[in-house]
Write a protein that binds this ligand. Structure first.
Ligand code: NAP
Length: 264
């Protein structure tokens, strides 16, 4: 039985993840981590049945000492996630992180820490299998159609831009595509930001609107042709299979992996 703790259990993703772990054979939800006092157990919170008597902690050290989780699933926000992940690794708990917004330096430090401690960690900017396939197909297409623009679209509560998936897509494309300037060499932005963020000449555009969940289009332009690869997460269930897969996989890993595309 894999013992799981969840940070961010009251959030939109967290609520779904709680139900997923509670229902999944071979997993046990032993604790939730919060940053403020919200009640003794999940059963006291809106959205959970009275049978969910899983204790809520505000201190990770105490949580680990009392409930000894194997895995910490983090679905919080970019401000909290780095500290949580580092603390979990230090305490010997394997992090499965869905929260985005790490800097390159933070990722490097966490990678070294996991290697030092010889414990697994998965940071997955996107848990949806379809999104992983979109990134892989985009990398393949960029070999032949190197003019690329990415449009990522998310709900308006999202804190970071571009999305982790948008950046990861650009990074994967950059593995096969030499950096190049796109568009007219003399183009000028009449309004700053009009051409989007720049990643080695690829433009990334971030749309934030209520009603959206998580969507992305990768557009490739060639002479007389346009290829669009699109993925849509219609609801948060699309991420839950990936979370369960990561919890089951991280147990047998001894290093940090960034991106689900590296393990499926
Ligand atoms: P959300 O609804 O805002 O949930 C975040 C929850 O974390 C809130 O309940 C928040 O509490 C809580 N929280 C904030 N700081 C905390 C801390 N230090 N310790 C414990 N809990 C803390 O956001 P969401 O839509 O569920 O998304 C959560 C994260 O997952 C975001 O970073 C999002 O980008 C990411 N995400 C990843 C994927 C993926 O596939 N990897 C998919 C969707 C979303 P308060 O409300 O009181 O602040």
């Amino acid at each position: 039985m894999i013992k799981v703790a969840i940070a961010g259990a009251r959030g939109k993703m967290g609520i779904e993840a709680v139900h997923t772990v509670m229902k999944r054979e071979g997993m046990e939800l032993v604790a939730a981590l919060d940053y403020k006092e919200v009640g003794p157990t999940l059963a006291q919170l809106e959205g959970f049945p009275s049978t969910y008597t899983v204790p809520i902690y505000t201190d990770m050290e105490r949580l680990v000492a009392d409930t000894k989780p194997d895995v910490l699933v983090d679905l919080t926000n970019p401000h909290a996630v780095y500290t949580h992940t580092k603390q979990a690794l230090t305490l010997g708990v394997r992090p499965v992180v869905g929260t985005t917004g790490f800097t390159d330096e933070q990722l490097e430090e966490l990678t070294q820490l996991a290697a030092q401690k010889k414990i697994g960690a998965i940071i997955a900017p996107n848990f949806a299998i379809g999104a992983i396939l979109m990134m892989k197909f985009a990398r393949e297409a960029a070999k032949y159609l190197p003019d690329v623009e990415i449009i990522e679209m998310h709900h308006d509560r999202k804190l970071d831009a571009p999305s982790g998936t948008g950046v990861k897509t650009a990074q994967m494309i950059a593995e096969v595509r030499a950096a190049k300037v796109q568009g007219h060499p003399d183009e000028q932005e009449i309004i700053t930001g009009a051409r989007g963020a720049d990643f080695e000449g690829m433009k990334i555009h971030s749309v934030r609107l209520p009603g959206l969940v998580a969507h992305q289009q990768v557009l490739f332009g060639g002479e007389g042709q346009l290829l669009t690869i699109r993925h849509d997460s219609m609801n948060r269930e699309s991420f839950m299979g990936g979370i369960a897969f990561c919890v089951e996989t991280v147990i047998n890993m001894e290093k940090l992996v960034y991106g689900l595309e590296n393990i499926i």
